[in-house]
Design a protein around this ligand. Structure first.
Ligand code: AP5
Ligand code: ZN
Length: 216
């Protein structure tokens, strides 16, 4: 399965991606996670990405495209992959089209997760993440067993630095102006499926499994 997950910030892409990757045994490639890992390791890429991420802006295409292409060249992507948060604008999508075409690879499906704007802000402001293992929680809808402590590894949970209100507003604007046009890009190719992301995590996952099951 070769899948792209599209959707606004906070739609639940990361949450669903973990489940899809496990169910279909494919690597989960999240550009946001790659940038955050580099940030934790204090690499040059991490420092560069932080400047853009904290402002809610996209990291430059030439940097992001190269990272994804290098990752897709790895052997484990031969059986399939799940791209989460990439492509993010028409230029990235066109570059990905060229790259995949050059390798004779066809995408199976683009899942577009749709969620009401008010719910997005609620989801992002309530999100807490584990700085150690990357697990994601929500203070209301998916709290850890012990307040602010990761169920999986025991680390103290934190809020992402781009989850403050100013960055969220900018990220939503960037989504509207730069990422939303990808819906048309992939609809034209006949591979886009809309998913109602307003439902519970499990219900959304069931809907996704049905769609992917029909295409697999
Ligand atoms: P990225 O990490 O990709 O962030 P994003 O797209 O803004 O998406 P989020 O991670 O905010 O949300 P999500 O949809 O994954 O939701 P989640 O599952 O966590 O990008 C961050 C930044 O990196 C960008 O702003 C940019 O600077 C840079 N970047 C990344 N990719 C780039 C690219 N290709 N090019 C250039 N720059 C790039 O869920 C959110 C919350 O809701 C959680 O708390 C979760 O528990 C909860 N939740 C999830 N589903 C449900 C549900 N169904 N019901 C109730 N609660 C739910
Ligand atoms: Zn953890």
């Amino acid at each position: 399965m070769k899948i792209i997950l599209l959707g606004p910030p906070g739609a639940g892409k990361g949450t669903q991606a973990v489940k899809i990757a496990k169910e279909f045994d494919i690597p989960h490639i999240s550009t946001g996670d790659i940038f955050r890992q580099n940030l934790r390791e204090n690499t040059d890429l991490g420092k560069l990405a932080k400047e853009y991420m904290d402002k809610g802006l996209l990291v430059p295409d030439e940097v992001t495209n190269k990272i994804v292409e290098n990752r897709l060249e790895k052997n484990d992507c031969q059986k399939g992959f799940l791209l989460d948060g990439y492509p993010r604008n028409v230029e990235q999508a066109e570059e990905l089209d060229r790259f995949l075409q050059g390798k004779g690879i066809h995408l199976d499906c683009v899942l577009n997760i749709e969620v009401e704007k008010e719910a997005l802000i609620e989801r992002i402001t309530g999100r807490r993440v584990c700085p150690n293992c990357g697990a994601t929680y929500h203070i209301k809808t998916f709290p850890p067993a012990v307040d602010n402590v990761c169920d999986k590894c025991g680390a103290q949970l934190i809020q992402r630095s781009d989850d403050k209100l100013e960055s969220i507003v900018k990220r939503l604007e960037v989504y509207e102006s730069q990422t939303k046009p990808l819906i048309e890009h992939y609809t034209k190719k006949g591979i886009l499926v809309n998913i109602d992301g307003n439902k519970s995590v499990e219900e959304v996952f069931e809907d996704i499994k049905k769609v992917l099951g029909d295409r697999g």
